[in-house]
Ligand binder design. Structure first.
Ligand code: NDP
Length: 488
């Protein structure tokens, strides 16, 4: 199986072969090499930023409605090419086609469409100081310049769209660096944007590891960096960006609570807990990995959970009936298996806990969906982000207790509450320390809704109108309507 792109990078409206060292890109289900990707040299990083600077000069002068039309056409192209891009995403990430067909390029298209509409409707404010003929001020919403997007590997094209669409809607240019383990689909986005009529240089892709990301963060001609990644990487990026006082948006990790009260529908809550831990083989930042279940329903919850977990279908990711794929890389599989060993020492393993054997895919990076029954909140598997299909089940007695325990983490990305008592649902989410909360559902992130974290889970917001604030700046203009009254 091959998915070799025409070039490793995309700069100035065209693929660029790249002169840097070439790295194999494996299919996580089999470990077969599907492409070889050159990592950007320092000169190529400079060339991409220079291309974005030229692109910015064209794009910032382009009428906002025309920017919107380009983004809208790109949305249509992603939808047209959804199956082909989904197959690339499945080969690159190992996520089953059942998911990539509906969750990746499709959500990227929604994002482009949403910000296309925003582009055409961006406005400033009028601020009056006195009567009709008095002084006033107005504000202009202006782009920042060249923005850098740095992506994680779990939702490669969605992350690229979540960063590119608001940036471009506001008139910025972008250089995007995908994760080194999922380099392919950002190139599909770049090609779609060119086909949609985006001027050359406005959206560029460069490949490479952390060093390429760090070079972009340090680059003096870059105005803003938006990272999706681990909290530790967020700290490095913020530190690197501080030297030149760049704007920063950070979408980082989490250890989010999902709280199930004894009046909730157990079937609904079990379904949500499974989605919140096993979808994308658990590689979702906002996952509800600490599932707090009220002690009165613990046994019934576990019975349903185990029955449904046993029925999960692991298998060929390209088979649309497969529900669970491998993890993204051998290194990540080893990290997750390391957590499974810690879980075995500190908790009761209710199901899973090891490598998964999948016939025909013996060399892939498979692990079993796993549930830990956790007696102590201090257990490593209940405090650290595992980023695999690993659920920690905890029990609680009342609202105050579970709120304090749910908030006892430095992360604060997301939280969920299941209850039929709506007043309690709203009361709980008001008390939970998290950037994004759900009542009676989990992990839904429509593009219209701002998304992001507090604490070690990040800074700033993506999506919704909030994203516009992070890709534009306000210029205030004072207009004098009368002569200046100078005392000298
Ligand atoms: P990493 O933090 O390892 O990497 C994220 C990106 O940063 C990659 O492109 C990486 O390059 C790059 N990078 C690494 N070091 C540096 C550096 N010093 N300077 C600049 N860039 C650098 O995250 P993962 O890819 O492992 O993704 C998983 C993490 O992402 C989890 O913690 C998850 O919670 C989080 N995440 C957060 C989301 C959110 O919206 N809040 C959504 C999805 C994931 P390379 O890969 O080549 O090393």
């Amino acid at each position: 199986m091959r998915a070799q792109p025409e070039g490793s990078h995309y700069v100035d409206g065209a693929y660029l072969a790249g002169a840097g060292e070439r790295h194999p890109d494996p299919y996580p289900a089999t470990a077969e090499t599907i492409a070889e990707i050159a990592w950007a040299t320092p000169d190529e990083v400079d060339a991409a930023v220079a291309s974005a600077r030229r692109g910015f000069e064209v794009w910032r002068k382009t009428a906002p409605a025309e920017r919107g039309r380009v983004l809208r056409r790109a949305a249509d192209i992603l939808r047209r090419d959804n199956r082909a891009i989904s197959e690339i995403e499945t080969l690159d990430t190992g996520k089953p086609l059942q998911e990539t067909l509906v969750a990746d390029a499709a959500s990227g298209a929604d994002c482009l469409e949403y910000f296309a509409a925003q582009a055409a409707t961006l406005t400033g404010d009028h601020i009056g100081f006195s009567g009709d003929d008095g002084d006033f001020a107005y504000t202009r919403r202006e782009p920042l310049g060249v923005c850098v997007g740095i992506g994680a590997w779990n939702y490669p094209i969605q992350i690229a769209c979540w960063k590119a669409a608001p940036a471009l809607a506001c008139g910025n240019a972008m250089v995007f660096k995908p994760s080194e383990v999922t380099p392919l689909s950002a190139l599909s986005l770049a090609r779609a944007l060119s086909e949609a009529g985006l001027p050359d240089g406005v959206f560029n892709v460069v490949q490479g590891g952390g060093a390429v990301g760090a070079a972009l963060v340090a680059h003096p001609d870059v105005a803003k960096v938006s990272l999706t990644g681990e909290s530790g990487t967020g700290i490095k990026v913020m530190t690197g960006a501080a030297a030149t006082l760049k704007h920063v948006t950070l979408e980082l990790g989490g250890k989010s609570p999902l709280i199930v009260f004894d009046d909730a529908s157990i079937d609904q809550a079990v379904g949500a807990a499974m989605l919140a831990n096993f979808y994308s083989t658990g590689q979702v930042c906002s996952n509800g990995t600490r599932v707090f279940v009220h002690e009165a329903i613990k046994d019934a919850f576990i019975d349903r959970l185990l029955a449904r977990t046993r029925a999960l279908r692991l298998g060929d990711p390209l088979d649309e009936t497969t529900q669970i794929g491998p993890l993204v890389s051998a290194g990540h599989r080893d990290k997750v298996l390391g957590y499974y060993e810690k879980g075995k020492a500190e908790t009761t393993v209710l199901i899973g806990g090891g490598r998964a054997e999948v016939a025909g895919f013996e060399n892939g990076y498979w692990v079993e969906p796993t549930v830990f029954d956790v007696a102590s909140d201090a257990a490593v598997v209940a405090t650290e982000e595992i980023f695999g299909p690993a659920m920690s089940l905890l029990t609680f007695g009342d609202e105050d207790e579970v709120t304090a325990r749910a908030n006892a983490t430095r992360f604060g990305l997301a939280a969920g509450v299941f209850t039929r008592d709506l007043a309690r649902g709203h009361r709980m989410v008001a008390r939970l320390r998290a950037g994004t909360c759900w009542i009676n559902t989990y992990n839904l992130t429509p593009i219209e809704m701002p998304f992001g974290g507090v604490g070690r889970s990040g800074l700033g917001r993506e999506n919704g109108g909030a994203a516009i604030e992070h890709y534009s700046q306000v210029k205030s203009v004072y207009v004098a309507m009368t002569d200046i009254d100078a005392p000298y």
